[in-house]
Design a protein around this ligand. Structure first.
Ligand code: AMP
Ligand code: MN
Ligand code: MN
Ligand code: MN
Length: 289
């Protein structure tokens, strides 16, 4: 069945600019039929997102996007449909967030050596949740200084491997993040696999190990993929026997290329991840007014 599901986006609780409530309204306005808020390493926005979705008559799944380290790169694992009070998940995410503060100071020191002063304080002005300072907040500050025109130029010139402001960071292990999600009753999904710079062997290892740890799905249609990557990862889903997911990865009006609910449908031959999560969906009490 074709469903306008959007199971990947960010609020001010991580590196988006809208509140969970504003996002819910935008999703509903754009025709989203099943929604999940997936803030980075943080589930503090879940209750607000679910309540807002309920008030708008929009079915909701709990969501998160966890940063992990794999083969020397950062990989993002989306968790869907979990119990957000599960201690293993709550503690794992708290541990993941704790490393961000020290990393942010190191990013700031490194940027200062390249002539961008006051970046820690500058980035903090864009932070909605002091526990969750991300490179996106630094990127918005660097645009404010006039050094770059937009955040994509920032990521080309700063904050990425080999560029000023890049600080290597050890996140959780792949198996840990999958265990936090599945232990809390949810399903784990590899986010935007087309974004990583893995060799074919490393990518094969990622999906093989992910499956071995109990991972369930892969994002096929995402705002972080080029159109040619939809078919490529549709084939990966079939090859590895993974469920498929779909999400805009919306962060901010004017900044994100794809809006909430604005993607093509999943290819009809794939098994959507939401069909395996039917009993985890929060349904609104009644149809919207
Ligand atoms: P962090 O979790 O602090 O490493 O920040 C990662 C976030 O930076 C991602 O979730 C994106 O929101 C943003 N980001 C990373 N690379 C890019 C890019 N090339 N263009 C725009 N945003 C990016
Ligand atoms: Mn982000
Ligand atoms: Mn991501
Ligand atoms: Mn994301």
């Amino acid at each position: 069945m074709l469903l306008n599901a959007d199971l990947h986006c960010h609020s001010r609780v991580s590196d988006g600019t809208l509140s969970p409530d504003e996002l819910a309204q935008r999703a509903s306005r754009n025709g989203v039929e099943l929604w999940a808020l997936t803030d980075h390493d943080e589930i503090g926005g879940q209750a607000a997102a679910r309540e807002a979705a309920r008030a708008l008559g929009m079915p909701y799944l709990t969501g998160v996007e966890i940063s992990v380290s794999f083969a020397g790169q950062t990989v993002h694992i989306v968790g869907l449909g979990f119990d957000e009070t599960h201690p293993g998940l709550v503690e794992g995410l708290a541990h993941t967030r704790a490393g961000r503060e020290r990393r942010a100071r190191q990013i700031s020191d490194d940027l200062a050596r390249s002539g961008i002063k006051g970046a820690y304080e500058g980035a903090l002005n864009y932070v909605g949740n002091p526990d969750l300072i991300s490179r996106t907040h630094f990127a918005r500050y660097i645009v404010e200084t006039g050094a770059c025109r937009d955040t994509s130029e920032v990521f080309r010139r700063f904050l990425t491997e080999g560029k000023p402001g890049y600080v290597p960071h050890e996140w959780a292990q792949l198996g840990e993040a999958v265990a936090w999600i599945t232990g809390a009753g949810g399903l784990a999904v590899v986010a935007h696999p087309g974004r990583y710079k893995f060799t074919p062997n490393e990518e094969y290892a990622l999906f093989t190990e992910f499956k071995g740890h109990g991972g369930a799905g892969v994002e096929v249609v995402t705002g972080s993929h080029a159109i040619t990557e939809y078919e490529r990862y549709a084939q990966v889903a079939e090859e590895f026997g993974l469920l498929s997911s779909r999400g805009s990865d919306f962060h901010a009006p004017g900044e994100s290329r794809v809006d909430l609910g604005g993607l093509p449908y999943l290819p009809g031959r794939l098994k959507p991840v939401w069909e395996a999560l039917a009993d985890r969906i929060s349904w609104p009490a009644s149809a919207p007014a």
